[in-house]
Write a protein that binds this ligand. Structure first.
Ligand SMILES: NC(=O)c1ccc[n+]([C@@H]2O[C@H](COP(=O)([O-])OP(=O)(O)OC[C@H]3O[C@@H](n4cnc5c(N)ncnc54)[C@H](OP(=O)(O)O)[C@@H]3O)[C@@H](O)[C@H]2O)c1
Length: 237
């Protein structure tokens, strides 16, 4: 893999690690202060990425909401909102999803080779459809984003996507918000499904910030090892 953007994973979960419940309605895991914080993080990035599962389930707009932040970006010569990026193997994406709305932002879909032509025909001029290989390769996606000028990428889920970035060791930072309740349903989506995560007890992440937002808490972790001489979380116990 060539150059890649700085990758920041962002999500909110219940105390027992669920990103949602299993009901048809979307579970609210954030509050107004956290939505505003996420908006500020979005405004500091060049692109925002979600998986196709999140597009189908949540239909997010993925834009910077604050008019002031949009103005600030424009004043810096940037588009008002970062580029929107999604990943799909099947190509099962609805062109009427809010992510594809004609709002002036750059939109890119990375899709597995077999579905690329069909999806290009379906999404038309709404976005760039990029063949990401078969199977699609996250490293290739990141190299392509870097070539398009994306230096800072925010990944907003869902669980399948976060898991793969962590498993492939392609994340630099994790913003984890914990909501003050349990979901308690094994059928509900989790932050991580599967094993083989390098960020285990032998290579813990570094906690660099904790912020209370009402009954929510934000934990900000860096993946890079502790600077020489500083004890890691594992060693401190
Ligand atoms: N609490 C939070 O912060 C938060 C944030 C985001 C989402 N969520 C929740 O998370 C749930 C969705 O998570 P999820 O795990 O089901 O879906 P997801 O991670 O959003 O997307 C998974 C889909 O992405 C595509 N995909 C996965 N790996 C890929 C790869 N390497 N290359 C190309 N495409 C790839 C596949 O799409 P195809 O099926 O089209 O092939 C796959 O089905 C929803 O309940 C949503 O509400 C919560």
């Amino acid at each position: 893999m060539g150059e890649r953007p700085y990758v920041l994973l962002s999500c909110a979960m219940s105390v027992d690690g669920h990103l949602d419940d299993a009901s048809p309605e979307r579970l609210l895991l954030s509050n107004a202060e956290d939505f505003d914080r996420v908006d500020a993080v979005r405004a500091g990035c060049d692109a925002i990425l979600v998986g196709a599962g999140t597009v189908r389930r949540d239909d997010p707009r993925l834009v910077v909401r604050s008019a002031e932040r949009r103005r600030e970006r424009s004043a810096r010569g940037l588009p008002p909102s970062p580029a929107k990026v999604t990943l799909s193997v099947s190509g099962n994406l609805d062109p009427s999803s809010r992510l594809f709305a004609a709002d002036g932002t750059t939109k890119i879909v990375y899709v597995a080779s077999p579905a690329a032509d069909r999806l290009t025909a379906r999404l038309g001029a709404a976005c760039a459809v990029v063949d990401a290989g078969d199977p699609p390769d996250l490293g290739r996606v990141l190299s392509d984003l870097a070539a398009r000028g994306v230096r800072r990428l925010m990944v907003e889920g869902g669980g399948s996507i976060h898991t793969q970035f962590l498993q492939r060791d392609l994340a630099d930072e994790l913003h984890l918000v914990v909501a003050p309740f349990f979901v308690g349903d094994p059928a509900a989506p989790r932050l991580v499904r599967g094993d083989g995560l390098p960020q285990g007890p032998r290579r813990p992440m570094r906690l660099v910030d904790v912020r209370r937002m009402g009954d929510l808490v934000l934990l900000r972790y860096l993946m890079s090892p502790s600077p020489a001489g500083e004890p890691s979380a594992g060693e401190a116990r």
